[in-house]
Design a protein around this ligand. Structure first.
Ligand code: NDP
Length: 339
């Protein structure tokens, strides 16, 4: 990729920490009690208490990704996050997690203010979490599930398009198509996700009807992400086309091409059964790749937009850059005049 193909991630002058960024008020900032409508996605092996607290301290919403944490590990991360920030933060609980009941008990007992549920039926846990006074958001990749989440009583939905990394929808609906359709179908506020990594893409999501954005890939390339440094470096050197959505027969996942990915492709070429794919995937591939740094045999989950990210930065600086660029893009668009 040459420089012109990169997304515009501006070099701001004066340094962004000196810029005064005014808070933005809408239903999402009020619901979460945050300054900026910017959510850091809960990501396995990437988003522990360090990343979540850094994002929350910078005015966004930090999210602990509990899918890769044993129950006692989640408890430790929640406690450390509380000690590291006095701002609201959230925990993401994928419903397909084997010990989901224990995670639910932990967030209730620890009075975590906000929970994002994903990868499963929102009807199962939403009421219990709401009864405990927790704000609940469900991550969905289709209009049908967004409506189901609203019926279950969630406070907001994340509409996550096909561009996103990690777990993904089978229907392959892109963010641009999904967000306005979800917005039209539900009354609760919509958080757009998938392919968003800059202030200008955030503004585009707002134009589609979103009231906040959720960014994952951009925060993988942060100092505070718990991913292995080899993975962060791999992401910032990646190119357009380096990720594909695969393994739909198991749990559809967007991952980077590598030796393991090629083995999956070869398995498809010989018409492997879902059972054979499961055996090939084995156990703990994601940990091996993203956490332990095996760039060839591990599962490397990142969004399409990973190809446009070129540096690893402190998470707080990412929040400031995105919000500064959002304001800049808003002003530029406001000056558009038609003859
Ligand atoms: P695997 O079954 O291949 O491996 C399980 C991994 O999760 C291991 O690395 C294990 O750590 C860790 N783990 C944490 N808690 C538990 C537990 N209670 N029981 C068993 N293993 C546990 O699954 P994946 O790595 O593909 O996915 C792990 C989980 O992450 C899924 O259950 C799901 O909840 C979530 N997930 C979420 C995604 C998302 O985008 N939000 C994407 C993919 C998965 P160790 O190796 O130390 O034993």
């Amino acid at each position: 990729m040459n420089d012109r193909q990169c997304l515009h991630i501006p070099l701001l002058s004066p340094p962004t920490e000196q810029l005064k960024l005014s808070a933005l008020q809408n239903r999402i900032t009020s619901l979460f009690g945050i300054r900026f409508p910017l959510v850091q996605a809960g990501m396995i092996w990437n988003s522990g208490w360090r990343l979540a607290s850094a994002v929350s301290n910078a005015g966004g919403l930090g999210v602990i990704g509990s899918g890769s944490m044993y129950p006692e590990v989640l408890l430790e991360h929640v406690r450390k996050c509380k000690a590291a920030t006095d701002k609201p933060f959230a925990v993401n609980i994928p419903m397909l997690y084997p010990d989901v009941e224990k995670h639910i008990a932990t967030v209730i007992e620890q009075q975590v203010p906000i929970v994002f549920t994903s990868a499963g039926n929102p009807g199962i846990w939403t009421r219990r979490l709401k009864d405990a006074g927790i704000t609940v958001v469900h991550v969905t990749a289709s209009v049908k599930f967004a409506m189901k989440a609203e019926d279950a009583g969630v406070d907001a939905v994340v509409a996550e398009g096909f561009q996103a990394g990690g777990h993904n929808g089978r229907e392959e609906t892109t963010t641009m198509v999904l967000v306005p359709m979800v917005r039209a179908a539900v009354k609760v506020p919509v958080i757009a996700a998938g392919g968003i990594a800059t202030g200008s893409s955030m503004l585009a999501a707002f134009a589609l009807g979103a009231e906040a954005v959720q960014m994952g890939s951009r925060f993988v390339a942060s100092d505070e992400s718990s991913a292995h440094d080899a993975f962060k470096q791999h992401v910032i050197r990646s190119q357009e086309g380096d990720t594909l959505l695969t393994l739909k027969e198991l749990a559809p996942v967007r991952m980077m091409r590598n030796a393991f990915f090629n083995e999956v492709q070869q398995a498809y070429a010989r018409c492997a059964t879902p059972e054979e794919l499961k055996t090939l995937l084995g156990r703990a591939r994601a940990k091996r790749g993203m956490f332990e740094g095996d760039m060839e045999q591990g599962e490397l989950e990142i969004g399409q937009v990973g190809a446009a990210i070129r540096e690893v930065l402190p998470a707080g600086e990412i929040v400031r850059q995105v919000m500064a660029e959002f304001n800049e893009a808003r002003e530029e668009l406001g000056q558009l005049r038609f003859p």
